[in-house]
Design a protein around this ligand. Sequence first.
Ligand SMILES: Cc1cc2nc3c(=O)[nH]c(=O)nc-3n(C[C@H](O)[C@H](O)[C@H](O)COP(=O)(O)OP(=O)(O)OC[C@H]3O[C@@H](n4cnc5c(N)ncnc54)[C@H](O)[C@@H]3O)c2cc1C
Length: 467
Amino acid sequence: MRLHWHRTDLRPSDNLALTTGDDPILPVYVFDPRVLTHAAPPRVAFVRDSLATLREWYRARESDLLIVRGEAPTELARLADEYDADTVSWAQAYSGLGRRRDDRVADRLAADGVDHRVVHDHLHHEPGSITTNQGEPYAVYSYFWKKWRDREKASSVAAPGADRLADPGVETPIPTLADLDFDDPEATIPPGGYETARHRLNEFCSGPIYDYESTRDRPAADATSRLSPHLAHGTVGIRTVNDRVVRARENAPDEEAREAVETFRGELAWREFYHHVLYFNPEVVTENYRDYEHDIEWRADAAELQAWKDGETGYPIVDAGMRQLRAEAYMHNRVRMIVASFLTKDLLIDWREGYDWFRQKLVDHNPANNNGGWQWAASTGTDAQPYFRIFNPMTQGERHDPDAAYIREYVPELRGVDPDLIHDWHELSPTQRHRTAPDYPAPIVDHSERREAALAMFERARGEADD
Ligand SMILES: Cc1cc2nc3c(=O)[nH]c(=O)nc-3n(C[C@H](O)[C@H](O)[C@H](O)COP(=O)(O)OP(=O)(O)OC[C@H]3O[C@@H](n4cnc5c(N)ncnc54)[C@H](O)[C@@H]3O)c2cc1C
């Protein structure tokens, strides 16, 4: 008998650990308080939803998902003993925290004479398998991408047959958010579960993927896959995604559509790139990836940070993004880049504040992508935005949301306002602003001044500032 410990692989099919070997499998999920201290209501809500569908799948096959609460090493050792399991399997973790926890579990099991099996499941290509010719992990995405793109990809695998699944003989409830000491999420959380993920993948690959190249930077178009919570929590397997995407490429109506599919694959490669970065540099969750000669003198300004979190900065595209985050536990990628640039280069506030807010609010948070995105925007990361390239939030808004449809959706104070006035909001006089949208704030900072301040801050950190 083997226990399979589900973590970020909340699906029955295309789950390599469930299909390897021929031993009977008893599936388990552990709500571990040490892990839950890093969790937040949106993700716990999504996980609960996904566990319910996964449990139904097992129950339909006369098995069941055992759901327990407690520290993973203790709980898994207890269950191994209770069910006389000789092995516990799980999918590879990538963060330092996850790997240290898994080491503790492995040690605890070994002390009881129980084996463990770690299966590579979450990525196409594991850390260490795509390296420079000198065997070093890539620090530049474009080189990584070329190897990633051309490397053969494994196909998805079927779910295990019912004959492989054991019955625990007890029914264990899914704890509520309150049981786990979480408040209800502020946002409306998208439905979880492997069926929803499969449906979303098919929907996206049946049409929108062919316009991805031209629409992916348009937040109002809602034209991206929205697979991020599913990829983060493993309600869809990466091989399943790739199989479907490759099929879409084969069926592409023309070269432009084929290229759009390739651009989408490029995003999947960014995901793997950042997982590799995190695996080899676990300290990046709290430290800059890139060394500057001196510390970056981030500002600590609680009022400006709060205005950013509340979507009250007076920069419409920034506020729309921050309000989308609070309302949906999600934000469009282009807007994530804009709000991250605004926090670090306009407010000059440490990227760690932004990372932590996203960690609390995003349903798709995972340390690899969240950290990669923040350190990219802050010019502290691997292959990051150069420090002197600073987004202008007004021109970004105008370029990517020209008719202000996205802004007006999330910022009701601007709903009846002409897009030109919205994009010129920073240039309007106080009287014009009052006449146009009396409830919407004036810009809390002057972008041009803050841009100069940001350049000076980075030049000092680089040891280039005049004395
Ligand atoms: C500051 C910042 C923080 C971010 N935090 C996260 C996070 O916590 N979790 C997360 O999954 N993504 C994060 N991203 C990346 C990206 O914004 C989201 O993956 C994307 O918006 C999710 O929407 P989608 O599934 O519709 O994306 P699509 O455009 O449909 O992309 C498909 C998939 O590719 C991956 N992907 C896309 N863009 C990126 C990227 N830039 N880097 C890495 N992987 C990518 C995701 O898994 C995504 O689901 C962050 C980006 C920034 C700039």
